[in-house]
Write a protein that binds this ligand. Structure first.
Ligand SMILES: [Zn+2]
Length: 151
């Protein structure tokens, strides 16, 4: 059995403590993102105990990655599903009290992650807006062409 490295007198985060920063309270949660090129796609995820700040930061990072990288292949159809599932998972993270340091725990990070900008203010939202605007334009042009008067 391997023992994780931790400074003397300190232990790594356990159940109920954030795997990133060691704070409590924390919940066990999974956030995922999807990237797609042509017929290929890659799902990647973070799974584990997260405090409110680290969980929100992880959700936003994963959602931004999906909105940047999900459009370019077959997995584009999965984007709404991935985003919706993660948004539902985020609810239990947002119900947590603000993170408090846990005495005696040494984690990877000295403090909770900064949640950063909301998803809609990140580059992924701009890419998603441009893609959706293009789709709407193509549909509108198609309808207009089909509806043009015939000589
Ligand atoms: Zn944390």
């Amino acid at each position: 059995m391997s023992v994780p490295m931790a400074p003397a007198g300190l232990r790594p985060p356990a159940a109920g403590e954030c795997q990133f920063c060691g704070s409590h309270p924390a919940v066990r949660v999974t956030f995922q993102s999807i990237m797609s090129i042509l017929i290929f796609y890659v799902m990647s995820f973070n799974r584990g105990w997260m405090c409110r700040s680290c969980g929100l930061a992880t959700f936003r990072r994963r959602a931004n990655r999906t909105l940047l990288g999900g459009w370019w292949g077959v997995a584009a159809l999965g984007i709404p599903v991935v985003l919706l599932i993660d948004r539902i998972r985020l609810r239990k993270v947002l119900r947590l009290a603000p993170p408090q340091p846990t005495p005696g725990v040494a984690a990877e990070l000295p403090a909770p992650l900064d949640p950063g900008q909301p998803v809609l203010l990140r580059p992924g939202a701009i890419v998603a807006g441009a893609v959706l605007a293009l789709i709407l334009l193509i549909v509108a042009l198609g309808v207009w062409a089909a509806d043009a008067p015939v000589e």
